[in-house]
Design a protein around this ligand. Structure first.
Ligand SMILES: [Zn+2]
Length: 325
């Protein structure tokens, strides 16, 4: 007889979209359902809607004999992981001090754990992704921003303030661009999709010769990191130079991290990691040059093997590990 009590609902909460999946103990996503965050409705309405949808999902799974026994949520921003509260989030304006885990636990009647999105991805990569054989590694999520999660001695490491490292906000360029966090020249201003797009736009404004104009169909399409990647893939020198810079800055940042913690591995995830086919050679060259006090041959730099599923799978794993504590 199959047990109904071993499935976990993994939730990947983003500023635009919410991805959910019913995850089995082997890491298979049995059923998946995505819906819009609808943050533009305002905090109260959007939250009410989200909790209602989750409750309905649980009800449907229960009717089919697959009631989840746990819920895990990965969320963007500053998260109080112990209390399951979104403190604040640049992607979810006005979502301050939102006790999302508690709201969902009460409505769905299922224990619910929440963590920072990048921590969740790191759990997923360690469980069944690119980090299974790593004991000491960092995972960077390259998306709109740059998130990070860290494992030391085979265990997630959250640090003194409890949410894990923020490698996206280490200073790489002292006089660099302002960052959303209030600092300037953070890694995030040099290696995120949003800042890549800003640089591409500057190039367009300066009329630098590039394929971008043509790919944007002369401004009828929005400029996104995906379009910049497509232009680079087609050999556009300007867009290749943007990815080359991004790779070099990442190489500098990663050498700093490895010098600090003597990690054995680095995993790059997030949407922008798809462009690693272009930026990885620049990253590796810079990394090897900067890593003077450790043997770079003993350090593996890998791309996430879970891709878009990492948030759902990682949220499920995070909930499972925290329940067992
Ligand atoms: Zn910053």
């Amino acid at each position: 007889m199959s047990s109904n009590s071993d499935k976990i609902l993994g939730i990947d909460l983003g500023g635009t979209r919410i991805k959910t999946g019913l995850v089995d103990p082997q890491g298979n996503i049995l059923l998946s359902k995505n819906f819009l965050t609808s943050a533009e409705l305002g905090r109260q309405k959007a939250l009410k809607r989200i909790v209602k949808i989750i409750k309905k999902l649980v009800k449907i799974y229960t009717q089919f004999g697959s009631k989840p026994n746990l819920i895990g949520i990965g969320a963007p921003g500053v998260i109080d992981r112990a209390q399951g509260i979104i403190k604040h989030s640049p992607n979810l304006p006005d979502w301050n001090e939102v006790p999302l885990a508690q709201l969902i636990a009460e409505e769905a009647g299922i224990p619910t754990f929440m963590d920072k999105d990048a921590n969740v991805v790191t759990y997923g990569e360690k469980w069944i992704g690119a980090g299974q054989d790593f004991q000491n590694f960092v995972c960077l999520t390259l998306g709109t921003g740059v998130g990070s999660g860290l494992f030391l001695n085979g265990r997630p490491w959250f640090g003194n303030q409890g949410s894990g490292p923020e490698f996206g906000h280490v200073t790489i360029e002292p006089r660099g661009e302002p960052c959303g966090c209030g600092n300037r020249g953070c890694l995030e201003t040099l290696a995120s999709a949003s800042h890549l797009v800003k640089r591409a736009q500057k190039g367009l404004d300066k009329k630098i010769p590039t394929l971008l104009g043509e790919l944007l169909n002369h401004k009828t399409k929005p400029l996104t990191a995906k379009v910049v990647y497509e232009a680079a893939r087609r050999g556009d020198p300007f867009c290749i130079s943007l990815f080359a810079d991004l790779g070099r800055y990442l190489g500098i940042a990663l050498a700093n991290m490895v010098h600090t913690l003597l990690l054995e591995g680095v995993i790059l995830g997030g949407g922008l990691s798809k462009a690693s086919t272009i930026f990885l050679p620049y990253l590796e060259k810079e990394f090897n040059k900067r890593l003077t006090m450790a043997d770079s041959k003993l350090i593996s730099i890998r791309i996430s093997s879970l891709g878009e599923k990492s948030g759902i799978l990682g949220a499920a794993r995070m909930a499972k590990e925290r329940q067992n504590k």
